[in-house]
Design a protein around this ligand. Structure first.
Ligand code: ATP
Ligand code: MG
Length: 392
């Protein structure tokens, strides 16, 4: 019975030119998401509203699921579209709508008519009052409540008549692409896919970089990261995944630096390389899945030392979250099952038994001097041999 959806979005902060950019990006993201559904749809802006009209048979649940992945949508309202065949017929249609959608029929309600087509013979106040009467006559157990109704029945009079009352919550946020682009350091763990999701929710488009260390990390571990990128791309649109071979750099650090400082020095080189790619691809910042205190390399001291190599801002959306909170989001966005697959990631191979938790920047820098002979060349080679995978 539903053949259209009215898309609601939060309008706070989207005024003037921004509003129009926001709406256009939203329309584009909706079209992109609906490509994954059976059926064909038209997405259009009409009088400051966004509608999705089904042009063919479609699967309601699947379509709603896809719309729920589009950041910027605050609510999805399934709409019944009726031909204008006079008020009496509209009354009959409204009654049968309520019968279908609210079979218990014991709700409080309010009619909210909106007459966008001015030649309709009744104004909105009259429609509200008359339709209220029709509903009360048909369902004696229903009652009007204008302040806090269970059912807010919207009737919009346009060329056709749009009837809706259900609001399915959307993911909120802002449409991807309205807030620049960031480079996500994506590993196979639980945290970084969630970090990517959260930044994308604020309208940021995402590219990603993954450091692997063959043969210490397997092809399956890499495939897992590609799979995670694919799941995240449901929300973000296609992701350019830069795969960097980090083996020689890692072995070199292992050879030349104290082992309790391996992780932190490695992390500094990951950041440097990620930043290099970010700058070349117009990314405005780096994004990681770090959270204070989660592991030795994520103490305040360690984060300060890692951060020291970066010129671009580093965004860490999970910084104040507990593991359990992060796990909950990863379950919600469907990355959890993939993240916990037991393939080694490149850090676990070279982890020291007792990594430093309070690294001293000067000491670290001094030990990095041991790398000066070959590190620039190794970084260049790593960048030159990158593999680019477009994930969508
Ligand atoms: P995650 O669950 O995201 O792997 P983690 O708890 O395992 O995080 P670390 O291994 O210390 O934490 O990594 C911290 C962050 O550094 C990750 O969230 C990710 O952004 C980045 N990172 C770590 N390893 C890699 C890698 N091999 N490739 C790309 N980024 C990485
Ligand atoms: Mg990890």
């Amino acid at each position: 019975m539903f053949t259209s959806f009215l898309i609601k979005y939060a309008e706070i902060g989207v005024k003037g030119k921004n509003r129009y950019l926001f709406e256009d990006a939203l329309v584009q993201q909706i079209r992109h998401a609906l490509k994954r559904c059976e059926g064909s749809f038209e997405v259009h802006k009409t009088q400051g509203r966004i509608y999705v009209d089904a042009l063919s048979e479609f699967d309601f649940d699947e379509t709603v699921e896809q719309l729920k992945t589009v950041f910027g949508i605050s609510g999805i309202c399934p709409v019944v579209v009726l031909e204008d065949q006079g008020f009496e017929q509209l009354g009959r249609d409204v009654v049968s709508y309520i019968e279908t959608v609210y079979p218990e029929k014991n709700k409080t309600f309010k009619v909210a008519a909106r007459r966008a087509r001015k030649n309709y013979p009744m104004d909105s106040m009259e429609i509200n009052a008359e339709m209220g009467g029709v509903i009360l006559d048909a369902f004696p157990n229903m009652a009007v409540d204008v302040h806090n109704p269970d059912v807010l029945l919207n009737i919009e009079i346009r060329e056709k008549i749009y009837l809706y009352s259900i609001i399915i919550p959307g993911p909120g946020g802002m449409p991807v692409g309205t807030n620049g682009k960031g480079m996500l350091l994506l590993s196979g763990g639980i945290d970084s896919p969630v970090a990517g999701y959260m930044i994308a929710k604020r309208g940021v488009k995402i590219d990603a970089v993954y450091f692997h260390a063959p043969p210490y990390t397997s092809e399956r571990a890499k495939q897992k990261v590609v799979d995670l990128a694919r799941i995240v791309s449901r929300y973000t649109g296609s992701i350019y995944l830069h795969v960097i071979n980090f083996t020689d750099i890692q072995l070199y650090i292992y050879e030349k630096c104290p082992h309790d400082e391996l992780t932190i020095i490695m992390r500094r080189y990951m950041m440097k390389i990620a930043e290099h790619i970010a700058k070349e691809t117009q990314c405005l910042g780096l994004i990681t899945g770090e959270s204070i205190g989660q592991v030795a390399s994520q103490t305040m001291h360690s984060l300060a030392v890692t951060n020291e190599v970066c010129e671009l801002p580093v965004y860490r959306p999970l910084i104040g979250m507990d593991k359990q909170e992060i796990v909950e989001i990863s379950e919600k966005i469907n990355t959890y099952e993939t993240s916990i697959l037991p393939y080694e990631d490149c850090c676990t191979i070279f982890v020291a038994k007792h990594p430093v938790t309070k690294p001293n920047l000067n000491v670290i820098k001094k030990h990095e001097q041991n790398l000066r002979e070959k590190i620039d060349e190794l970084m260049e080679t790593a960048l030159e041999t990158e593999e680019l995978i477009v994930v969508s």
